[in-house]
Design a protein around this ligand. Structure first.
Ligand SMILES: *Cc1c(COP(=O)(O)O)cnc(C)c1O
Length: 402
């Protein structure tokens, strides 16, 4: 899964370039920085590697989502339709701009079910935000169709699917804007960081200013910049960008290893007719950072998880259904609207309504799903051992429940 597994001399070299000059900030100091602009270089590389017109780095993936929403004009009282299965950052960003997260069911793509999206549209809906979980994607053609019909914004949370594509285009570059996270466990890491990608110059300009206190970045003297709107500080540092620059150059290697190792592990699980796999929409190319698979029932899945735990082979296998961070069933802080400072009334009421909302269709999928994280550094021998042990654990449970 993560680029940190192959951290090495390339990353150290890029970071050292920055340490040599001591200019750790991405803007200004044109003389002393001696031509070292790691953040700018990484933004350029992102536009080339992923095929988008503009890229704005941020301090995190969460900051990238917040920035994208602000730049797209999503704010107070606007409803953002998003999936019940994601990472908490997705709804944190929605709340941060004053908008309302409207959670809806997923399907076996492990993200937004287009019919559930359609059913959730109200006059307040402003945006549809698929979250391309665990390396693969939503049915983007269906979602685009819905957005076109209802004049809604399509914002892709592609934080977990760096390097995956849909019909030849990189995830994160297909909607009005898209984001990646470069936190420590993502496919490429900056230690902490994120990016907003877009093909819309206006969205890019706004993202650029928003992440730097509203600076227009038009002059050479930061102090003389104008501030056409209010922004925040979501800047990335040169040190973080330097790490990312080395990592993006290795992305092809990471993806090659992920695909190879994913395929090898999958071949073991395919031996079991009761195991099925996550649906990748037609035209989709999974980044293979995870292998997500299903058992026929919740009962069997819980038993397999228990058996794998018992055998000490559960590490790296995620049963999201009971995970504190990724599925609505465990988000009591959200459903009880537990915040440190007051929310707006509409936000608070919307969150409290979530407590009364059931997600049987999502439960039916997530309760049967296990995602196995794919390591970049597994040896063939390790994959064989892992595969054989997993197959044996699953067969044992299936046999006992015949
Ligand atoms: C990691 C992640 C984020 C947020 O990224 P950070 O860089 O950790 O803030 C947002 N959405 C999803 C789906 C993620 O997995």
């Amino acid at each position: 899964m993560p680029g940190f597994e192959l951290f090495g001399a390339e990353e150290r070299k890029e970071v050292n370039d920055v340490l040599e000059t001591g200019i750790l900030m991405r803007y200004g100091f044109d003389g002393p920085r001696q031509g070292i602009w790691k953040a700018k270089e990484l933004e350029q590389a992102i536009t080339e590697v992923f095929g988008c017109k503009y890229a704005q780095l941020t301090s995190s993936g969460t900051a990238a989502l917040t920035t994208a929403m602000a730049a797209l004009g999503i704010g107070a009282g606007d409803e953002v339709i998003m999936p019940s299965f994601t990472f908490v950052a997705s709804f944190e960003a929605v709340l941060s701009v004053g908008a309302i997260p409207v959670l809806v069911d997923i399907d076996e793509t492990l993200t937004l079910n287009p019919s559930a999206v359609r059913a959730a549209i109200t006059p307040k809906t402003k945006c549809v935000m698929p979250v391309h979980m665990c390396g693969s994607m939503a049915d983007l053609d269906a979602l685009k169709q819905i957005c076109n019909e209802h004049r809604l914004i399509l914002l892709e949370d592609a934080c977990q699917s760096i390097g995956a594509s849909y019909k030849g285009r990189s995830l994160g570059t297909i909607g009005d804007a898209g984001t990646f996270s470069f936190d420590f466990v993502k496919t490429i890491t900056c230690a902490e960081g994120g990016v907003v990608m877009t093909n819309n110059e206006d969205v890019y300009r706004k993202s650029d200013g928003y992440t730097d206190h509203g600076h227009d970045h038009l002059g050479v003297d930061r102090g003389a910049d104008l501030h056409p709107f209010i922004g925040y500080n979501y800047r990335i540092s040169e040190l973080h960008a330097a790490v990312g620059l080395a990592q993006i150059r290795k992305l092809g290697t990471f993806l090659g290893l992920q695909k190879k190792n994913n395929k090898a592990l999958r071949a073991y699980l395919e031996q079991i007719p009761e195991v099925s796999f996550r649906i990748v929409p037609e035209g989709g190319d999974d980044s293979c950072s995870f292998l997500s698979w299903f058992l026929p029932t919740e009962e069997l899945t819980r038993a397999v998880v228990a058996e794998m735990k018992e055998q000490g082979i559960l590490a790296g296998n995620f049963y999201w259904f009971v995970n504190n961070w990724h599925y609505i069933s465990k988000w009591d802080h959200l459903k009880n609207a537990v915040t440190l400072s007051a929310l707006s009334d509409v936000q608070r009421e919307a969150l409290l309504r979530l407590k009364e909302t059931a997600f049987p269709a999502s439960d039916a999928i997530m309760s049967r799903c296990i995602s196995s994280a794919i390591s970049l550094v597994w040896t063939e021998e390790q994959i064989r051992e892992k595969g054989e042990k997993m197959v044996a654990a699953i067969r044992k449970v299936l046999q006992a429940n015949k």
